[in-house]
Design a protein around this ligand. Structure first.
Ligand code: PGA
Length: 251
């Protein structure tokens, strides 16, 4: 089934979560080997954990040097600082950057707590553009079809901005937040257009709970209802890596 194409976007279907993680880590590693100064964005959530572990193993084995790469965060809650236990940036630091030996100065953090978030969002885009934009964006698929925190309603042209999270995303986030802490209901996220401008995009998807949303993302006409469906507008540079459970509704 590997390499099977089910829509214009190539879909690599692999057996299970471990295989998805290994395949995604290999894409990241190959990209960094081809361009050690790669500019990339990596997702948060439970999906990328195995990929992070595989990448850390490669770094520790001396097979991968990430010391010249530059990382941009995809999204962050408003009102949450990186040292907050609920921060997405802090999570990325703990789960990946620190174990992989990546220096803090290699990471650009989403300025979700700036006094003027609009100006700060434009500044984030400018910082990215100054480095030539993203070479690689690795994305997870939200249960509501979001990529980064581009919630349903996100337009193809959207850029880095603050937006309200849907109740479904707030519910998803609450699983990670300390019990009793109210989840932030707004976030700053890279926009759809910011992501689609990347040189290469990899969407990683695992588990049957994502199967219907993956089908809608790849088969429904692209629309803001399912933000991941905008990936269909850039099939030539997109790759979906899905395990058999996530791919089970692709036919
Ligand atoms: P998950 O989140 O990996 O925890 O399912 C995916 C996402 O919302 O991007």
């Amino acid at each position: 089934m590997e390499g099977q194409s089910v829509s214009d976007i190539p879909v690599q279907v692999v057996k299970d979560y471990e295989a998805m993680s290994a395949a995604a880590a290999e894409v990241v590693a190959e990209s960094v080997r081809a361009n050690p100064e790669l500019v990339l964005a990596l997702p948060t959530g439970s999906t990328p954990l195995g990929m992070f572990q595989a990448l850390v193993r490669k770094v520790k084995a001396g097979e991968l040097d990430l010391s010249r790469a530059t990382f941009f965060c995809l999204d962050e809650y408003v009102g949450v600082e990186p040292d907050d236990p609920n921060s997405l940036t802090g999570w990325l630091l703990r789960e990946f950057m620190e174990p992989a030996g990546i220096r803090p100065d290699q990471l650009h953090m989403v300025p979700s707590n700036a006094d003027d978030v609009h100006a700060a969002a434009q500044g984030y885009e400018a910082d990215l553009l100054a480095l030539g934009g993203l070479d690689l964006a690795v994305l997870g698929l939200g249960p509501n079809g979001h990529i980064a925190f581009n919630e349903p309603g996100s337009q193809r042209e959207s850029r880095t901005r603050v937006l309200a999270l849907t109740p479904e995303s707030v519910e998803q986030s609450s699983a990670y937040w300390a019990p009793g802490t109210p989840v932030s209901t707004t976030a700053m996220t890279m926009g759809i257009s910011t992501l689609l401008d990347a040189g290469r995009i990899v969407l990683i998807v695992s588990g049957d709970a994502k199967a219907e949303m993956l089908r809608r993302s790849l088969k429904d006409a692209p629309s803001a209802d399912v933000p991941a469906s905008w990936l269909q507008t850039v099939p030539e540079k997109t790759l979906v890596i899905a395990d058999e459970a996530a791919a089970s509704e692709l036919g």
